[in-house]
Design a binder for this molecule. Structure first.
Ligand code: CA
Length: 330
């Protein structure tokens, strides 16, 4: 999920909180950590400590957060001291969350062609062909998810394509350190990220993940579908029945994306959007293309896609990629 990041996650937070940024081309490659791919829970020692050390040793907000987790969720204080004593502050995460203010002159005319530029990132031969291949390689899981949750299969494929290029770009930032940095070293959305950090720690306990192992976008979105921890806990499913919810696994991600769409109100075999002649209707959106404004009549399923990421451009890109993949697969 991504775009345009600034708007993206923020809106996402409001819409539900699956969020991510892998699809944000502006940020997706800006992650210096080594790749770590999780395929199974890994148990390693967490080094409990009596006191908080490291860069957060004197952080009152971190100490208060630890007290909260002990009081509300029964975590061991020593265990959490150990985790936060080892946490790194990620400067690039702070930079991405805190863009430099723009002091230049105001443009005389609003920028046009935003939709055209956005569309070019996702509606490509590479995205379409790899979408067909992803669908063929996971045909059984996609068919099962489509039937189980009543979601048209091409939209499951397209979401994963836009979010992470079919799992090739799930992000390399340790989610624990991303969320810790965003919660305690940035201000704009600190409350949201503190809540996601709380959900992340609960998720690792529930799912038996070693806290430093999960990786994702710099903004805390995880796995092929870029779920935030709160969405992971609410909506992820163990779709390959191995007893573990693992959104870095293709099967579990496919089932979880379909489950997310189902819970958001998807209606299978219903239209999503079609070109509109005029824009004098509530259900018509306008997108700025190089060749002029495009008007589209949108249906309830379009709004369901926007619950994944609250952007008209995002939802239209998913819709058009889904249709292109379906056509090419025929
Ligand atoms: Ca599983």
């Amino acid at each position: 999920m991504k775009h345009r990041f600034h708007k993206r996650i923020f809106k996402l937070a409001i819409a539900l909180t699956l969020t991510g940024c892998a699809s944000n081309p502006q940020v997706k490659n800006d992650v210096p950590h080594p790749a770590v791919v999780i395929t199974a829970p890994i148990k390693t020692p967490e080094y409990p400590r009596q006191t908080l050390t490291g860069i957060y040793a004197n952080s009152l907000p971190v100490k208060h957060f630890i007290q909260h987790m002990v009081r509300e969720h029964g975590f061991s204080e020593e265990y959490l001291n150990g985790l936060f004593s080892r946490a790194n502050r990620l400067d690039y995460v702070i930079r991405l969350e805190t863009p430099e203010p723009y002091h230049g002159p105001k443009p005389a005319h609003p920028k046009v062609g935003g939709w055209t530029r956005y569309r070019k990132q996702f509606i490509t031969d590479m995205h379409i062909n790899n979408g067909v291949a992803f669908w063929n390689n996971n045909a059984n899981a996609i068919q099962k998810a489509s039937v189980t949750y009543g979601v048209d299969p091409e939209y499951i494929v397209a979401i994963i394509g836009v979010e992470t290029f079919y799992g090739r770009n799930v992000g390399k930032t340790r989610t624990f350190e991303a969320l810790t940095t965003l919660a305690f070293d940035t201000q704009r959305r600190a409350k949201f990220f503190t809540s996601e950090l709380e959900n992340f720690l609960l998720m690792t306990r529930e799912e038996n993940y070693e806290v430093f192992k999960p990786v994702g976008s710099w903004a805390g979105a995880m796995g092929l579908g870029q779920f935030m921890p709160s969405s992971f806990r609410k909506l992820a499913v163990d779709f390959n029945n191995d007893g573990h919810r693992d959104l870095w696994d293709q099967n579990d991600a496919i089932g979880s994306v379909a489950h997310y769409f189902s819970k958001s109100g998807w209606q299978s075999n219903r239209p999503v959007a079609e070109p509109a002649k005029s824009y004098s209707d509530d259900a018509v959106i306008t997108l700025s293309a190089d060749t002029g404004n495009e008007h589209w009549r949108v249906h309830p399923n379009f709004k369901v896609i926007k619950k994944y990421n609250n952007s008209d451009k995002y939802a239209m890109a998913v819709h058009q990629l889904a249709q292109a993949i379906k056509q090419r697969r025929l």
